[in-house]
Design a protein around this ligand. Structure first.
Ligand code: F0G
Length: 368
C-alpha cells in the first residue's frame, strides 16, 4: 500500500472533527490539526453500580486515554485548527498543566509556536515534561492559575498570539463531543452526569453538547449536571472568589473560574448540584478506582468518583442518591491520566526493599 493510501485510511479513523464535523465550527477549507483524539472508553462499572444499588448503572468516561492524556485534546484540535485557518503563528495559554500539555502537542503537530504561563511549583511533573518535550516556551509565574489567566487575557489582545484557554469558544465546541459520544453509545443522554469542576469550561461544554443533541433530535433526555470542587478551591460552591485556592488536585486549584456563570447556569437549568470533596476523599477515590476497576486517574479526575461516593454515603452531601430514581443511568467523567501526577501518590507507596535474586528468598518475601 502506498503511503498516501495508508495516510488517507488512517485519516478516516481520525479525531473528533472527522466524527462530529456538522456540530463544529469548521468548514471544508479548515486545515484539520488532529492527533486522533476522542472516541474514549465508556466503561460500565459493576462495582460503582453496586454502591448506588437500586438497579442504577454507573459508567466511567475515561478521558485519560486521549493523545496527551486528558480531555483537553477534544477542544484543542478545534481551537488549533481554527487558529491555523486564521493564520496564527503562536498559541498562548495559562494552565494548571493539562491545557499546556495539550496546546504544546497540537502546536508541535501544526508546526507553530506555543507559550504557556504556569503557576510556579504547582504543575504536576508529567504535565510540565509534556510542555517541555513538545517544545513550548514555558514561563512560570509567582502566582496561581487565576493570575496566569489574567496575564494571558491581556497578552491575547496582541494579534500575534491566539489564546487556547477555554475562554476561546472553539475549545468549548470541541469538548462538547464527549457528550455526543456518550449519547451515541447509550442511545440517549444519561440521567446524571458527574464531573470535576475547575475553570468550569468542561461542565459548560458537556451541557451545551447534551442540549444541542437534544435540539437535533439525536437524544431525548437531558442529564442533571453535578460538579465537584476540591474543598480548598471551591469558589462556585461558596459563591465567592477564593484568593488562595489549595488542593492536592492541582488541575482544579482555581479560585476564580472563567466559565463560572455558564457552569452555574448549566447546573441550575439541569437541576444539578455543585458540591465539594476533601483532598482525603479525592485520594481515597483515586486509589479505589485504580484498585477496583483498573483505571488510574489523576487526583482532579477522582473528584468525580469522590463526589459519587459522597452522594451515596453522606448525610451532609448536597445531593443524596437516596433521592435518585431506580434504574437511573449515571456517567462520571474522569478527565486526566494518573501517570501525569506521580508525586501525588509516591509518598504513600513507601520504600520497596529488595531481596536476593533467588527463588527461595522471593518465596519467603511472598510469605509462601
Ligand atoms: N480535570 C482535569 C484533569 C483538568 O486538567 C481540569 C482543568 C479539570 C478537571 C477541570 O476542568 O477547568 O473545564 O472545569 N484543567 C485546566 C488546565 C484548568 O489548565 O489544564 P474545567
Amino acid at each position: 500500500m502506498s503511503m498516501n493510501a495508508a495516510g488517507s485510511r488512517l485519516k478516516q479513523g481520525g479525531g473528533v472533527i472527522d466524527r462530529y464535523r456538522e456540530f463544529l465550527p469548521v468548514s471544508n477549507s479548515t486545515p484539520i490539526v488532529s492527533l486522533g483524539e476522542g472516541n474514549t472508553p465508556l466503561v460500565y462499572s459493576a462495582k460503582l453500580s453496586a454502591r448506588i444499588g437500586r438497579g442504577c448503572e454507573v459508567f466511567v468516561k475515561n478521558e485519560g486515554v486521549n493523545p496527551t492524556g486528558s480531555f483537553k485534546d477534544r477542544g484543542m484540535t478545534v481551537a488549533v485548527s481554527k487558529a491555523i485557518e486564521r493564520g496564527a503563528r503562536t498559541l498562548i495559554c495559562a494552565s494548571t498543566g493539562n491545557t499546556s500539555a495539550s496546546a504544546a502537542a497540537y502546536a508541535a503537530r501544526a508546526g507553530i509556536e506555543c507559550t504557556v504561563i504556569l503557576p510556579a511549583g504547582k504543575i504536576a511533573s508529567g504535565k510540565l515534561l509534556q510542555a517541555f518535550v513538545h517544545g513550548a516556551k514555558i514561563i512560570a509565574i509567582d502566582g496561581n492559575f487565576d493570575d496566569a489567566l489574567r496575564i494571558v487575557r491581556k497578552l491575547g489582545q496582541r494579534e500575534s498570539l491566539v489564546i487556547v484557554n477555554s475562554i476561546n469558544p472553539d475549545r468549548i465546541a470541541g469538548q462538547k463531543t464527549a457528550a455526543f459520544e456518550i449519547a451515541d453509545l447509550l442511545g440517549d443522554a444519561p440521567d446524571f452526569h458527574l464531573l470535576p469542576l475547575g475553570n468550569a469550561g468542561n461542565l459548560t461544554a458537556y451541557w451545551a453538547g447534551y442540549r444541542e443533541y437534544q435540539g437535533n433530535g439525536r437524544s431525548k433526555r437531558l442529564p442533571a449536571m453535578f460538579g465537584f470542587q476540591a474543598a480548598g478551591a471551591a469558589p462556585i460552591f461558596h459563591d465567592k472568589i477564593i484568593e488562595r485556592p489549595e488542593t492536592i488536585a492541582s488541575a482544579i486549584r482555581i479560585g476564580n473560574p472563567a466559565s463560572w456563570r455558564q457552569a452555574r447556569a448549566a447546573i441550575d437549568q439541569s437541576k444539578g448540584v455543585v458540591d465539594l470533596v476533601t483532598d482525603e476523599q479525592i485520594i481515597e477515590a483515586q486509589i479505589w478506582l485504580a484498585q477496583h476497576e483498573g483505571i488510574f486517574v489523576e487526583p482532579a479526575s477522582a473528584a468525580a468518583i469522590a463526589g459519587l461516593f459522597k452522594c451515596c454515603n453522606a448525610k451532609d452531601a448536597a445531593y443524596s442518591f437516596q433521592k435518585i430514581p431506580e434504574e437511573s443511568r449515571i456517567v462520571c467523567t474522569v478527565t486526566g491520566h494518573g501517570l501525569k501526577d506521580p508525586d501525588a501518590l509516591t509518598a504513600r507507596m513507601g520504600k520497596i526493599t529488595s531481596v536476593a535474586a533467588n527463588e527461595e528468598d522471593v518465596l519467603r518475601a511472598l510469605g509462601l
